[in-house]
Design a protein around this ligand. Structure first.
Ligand SMILES: [Fe+2]
Ligand SMILES: [Fe+2]
Length: 290
């Protein structure tokens, strides 16, 4: 069940206290997710939530007015932005912008510069959104936010990994372990477990807890959430082709991507290439904007 192992070197409750040092989790994300889950919600509910945050509104308008969309006249209201971008895209943009302050941290223990974790997260989120559309999943934003937050546990684990760096590297290089397996061996639990505890503490939907906890081993996820977890794992695997933000977690050779992917999602090489192309275009755009 991915629970901490007996004799874990770090006490999980002590570690969770460090959560107080993280930026407050954005309430706009919680509110949007609650509306997504509410079958009675209507499009105006989302624009109403967003319109309460004027900084967010100006960012969304800037996005809608960017050359990327090439709209011939200036968009001045949120309602017009919904028409141009579509409500689903608008929700993804708001989720991406609002989690920036949470995920844009230094992750030296993972070999990442500031911004690296956000780059990896946004990259996985875009891939997950494309996969959700491809497989006609009902709720693209659920996949988007699940992928965006899947590695959030790295924020808390990072300082501990820095302290045990040489043991970690020994496990990876000489023990042939994946990064998360080395975390479990050295500390007693991994970033996936820590992340799921954070998601729980932030009162986010249950499916996000399971996606985060089992994203490296979806076969252990409860049956009702397994296909979602597999989709996020697939996005995580495809993101290796884009590289940014993997730091020392990136280990398998390029050729392993397709092999690993076949265990969770039977995509062909040309389908993966087309997803990577699409995400690269979006990433260039998002990065100039955020
Ligand atoms: Fe991970
Ligand atoms: Fe990841």
């Amino acid at each position: 069940m991915n629970e901490p192992q007996d004799g874990a070197r770090v006490d999980i409750d002590d570690l969770m206290q460090d959560a107080d040092t993280l930026p407050a989790f954005p309430s706009i994300v919680t509110e949007i997710l609650a509306r997504i889950d509410d079958p009675l919600s209507v499009p105006d509910d989302f624009t109403e939530i967003i319109s309460r945050d004027q900084v967010m509104v100006s960012k969304v308008l800037k996005f809608a007015n960017s050359a990327f969309y090439g709209f011939p006249r200036t968009i001045v209201t949120l309602k017009e932005a919904v028409i141009i971008l579509g409500l689903d895209t608008l929700k993804s943009i708001v989720l991406a912008i609002s989690t920036y302050s949470t995920l844009n941290a230094n992750s030296k223990g993972y070999g990442l510069d500031k911004g690296g974790l956000y780059q990896h997260s946004i990259c996985c989120a875009m891939i997950a959104r494309i996969l959700a559309k491809k497989y006609k999943s009902e709720n693209k934003e659920k996949f988007f936010i699940a992928a965006l937050l899947h590695d959030v546990g790295k924020l808390l684990l990072d300082p501990w990994l820095s302290r045990h760096k040489s043991e970690m590297l020994d496990g990876i290089r000489n023990g042939n372990l994946a990064h998360w397996e080395a975390e479990r061996r050295v500390l007693g639990f991994d970033h996936a477990f820590v992340g799921s505890k954070l998601i729980e503490a932030w009162n986010l939907p249950e499916v996000l807890i399971h996606v985060t906890r089992y994203h490296h081993n979806p076969e252990k996820a409860p049956l009702e959430h397994r296909s979602t977890v597999e989709m996020i794992q697939a996005a995580n695997i495809i993101s290796r082709r884009i590289r940014g933000g993997l730091g020392s977690e990136f280990l398998p050779p390029e050729s392993r991507t397709m092999e690993d992917l076949q265990h969770v999602l039977p995509l062909a090489e040309d389908e993966v290439r087309s997803i990577v192309r699409e995400v690269r275009t979006y990433l260039l755009h998002i990065n100039t904007f955020i």
